[in-house]
Design a protein around this ligand. Structure first.
Ligand code: ZN
Ligand code: ZN
Ligand code: ZN
Length: 380
């Protein structure tokens, strides 16, 4: 199979300076004196530094006004400087094996009354920071960083588009892997190989849920052997070299899955299209959920759609905004998220159709372009 080459465009480092100052303004508006960001997607978003979370403390200290600082273990300094951090002019505080990095953070942030901690900071570090700064209130940094991450810029949309095309290329070859007599696990292994072959640097998940296993939305793979008549839910995703993620589901069947299944699948296809058609700036996340859910409900399938319609995606596979009942957040141009309704009938079968979409000024742009219909595979 010919795989396309995914050329990833290097990001202009000035974007990080722009993001850092936008987050500083948001922190100031929220009454947070400094943000403490440890390795993970928020650090990568703000500085381009793809550091691994380790026991040794690496921490961006971003005051609401003034210059950012970076606390880095001595042995990581070269790696940090080789990243866009090297061009950002952050003040680096390298610490040696016998130094106490937490006291460096405390002295750099002295005078702060409230600090925002990375949402994914290890508890051990949170508690050491609390002990070193006993009078300083700790809140989450995500409340000011995530609203910015939720609104993708042109670079990020292009990155998500490349990720979407890559995973589409994998789905284009899935039908040839699904054969009666093969196990879900064997098919999953082949799919994982292809996720890398089309340009991802990691495989984030491979769901091959055949027959009754399809009724479990997060089933991964098992040793179940595929049989004629099975519907097979295939939900796959990975991370591209620039850090952006793919996630797409298509449902296949080995021969005819039966009239009832085909009828229900037609309803599901309409539900997915109806949610997509509802997307435009100003519409709430919950209205997008309700649009598709109503189609399933009207056909008597409402109780079988047992999860939210979607989740945001970017540097993480699951991030804000969540397309769910109760989320009154209004969509804005540049938001990226999945639209993935399904139906799940315990002991029998399941189905899901999932695209990643971008809310645009005039509606919606789908980043996954594979046909939505049930892909019926000819058998024997
Ligand atoms: Zn997060
Ligand atoms: Zn998915
Ligand atoms: Zn998803």
């Amino acid at each position: 199979m010919p795989y396309g080459v995914n050329v990833s465009v290097p990001l202009d480092p000035s974007i990080y300076a722009t993001r850092l100052s936008a987050v500083q303004r948001a922190a100031a508006a929220a009454g947070i004196d400094a943000l403490l960001v440890t390795p993970g997607p928020d650090l990568r978003y703000l500085t381009g530094y793809e550091a691994v979370p380790l026991e040794r403390l690496t921490c961006l200290i971003l005051p609401s006004t003034g210059d950012p600082h970076m606390v880095v273990p001595g042995l990581e300094v070269l790696a940090a400087q080789a990243s866009p951090i090297g061009t950002l002019g952050l003040e680096l505080h390298a610490w040696g094996e016998t130094d106490d990095p937490v006291s460096i953070v405390a002295s750099v942030t002295s005078g702060a009354r409230t600090v925002g901690l990375d949402d994914h900071m290890w508890a051990e570090k949170v508690l050491r920071l609390r002990a070193a700064m006993p009078t300083v209130a700790q809140v989450t940094a995500g409340q000011v960083i995530h609203p910015l991450r939720m609104r993708k810029d042109a670079f990020e949309i292009a990155a998500l588009r490349r990720a979407g095309l890559a995973i589409d290329e994998v789905h284009a070859g899935v039908a040839e892997l699904l054969r009666p007599g093969r196990t879900e696990r064997a098919v999953g292994r082949d799919i994982a190989e292809r996720i890398i072959a089309v340009g991802h640097v990691s495989v984030d998940f491979v769901i091959v849920a055949s027959g009754p296993n399809g009724a479990s939305p997060h089933h991964e793979v098992s040793d179940r052997v595929l049989e004629v008549g099975d519907a097979v839910v295939v939900d796959i995703g990975g991370t591209m070299p620039d850090g952006y993620c793919s996630d797409s589901t298509r449902t296949y069947s080995l021969g005819d899955p039966g009239t009832e299944y085909r009828d229900w699948f037609d309803v599901l296809e309409r539900a997915q299209a109806t949610s997509c058609a509802a997307i435009k700036p100003g519409v709430t996340c919950e209205a997008v959920d309700e649009a598709g859910r109503a189609v399933l409900r009207d056909a008597g399938l409402g109780d079988l759609f047992i999860h939210r319609t979607g989740h945001g995606i970017g540097l993480e596979t699951h991030e804000e905004p969540y397309i769910v009942v109760g989320n009154a957040l209004a969509l804005e141009s540049g938001m990226a998220f999945s639209v993935e309704p399904g139906f799940y009938s315990t002991g029998r079968f399941g189905a899901r159709i999932e695209d990643i979409v971008i809310c645009t000024d005039d509606g919606v742009d789908s980043l996954n372009r594979r046909p939505h219909g049930l892909a019926v595979i000819e058998v024997g």
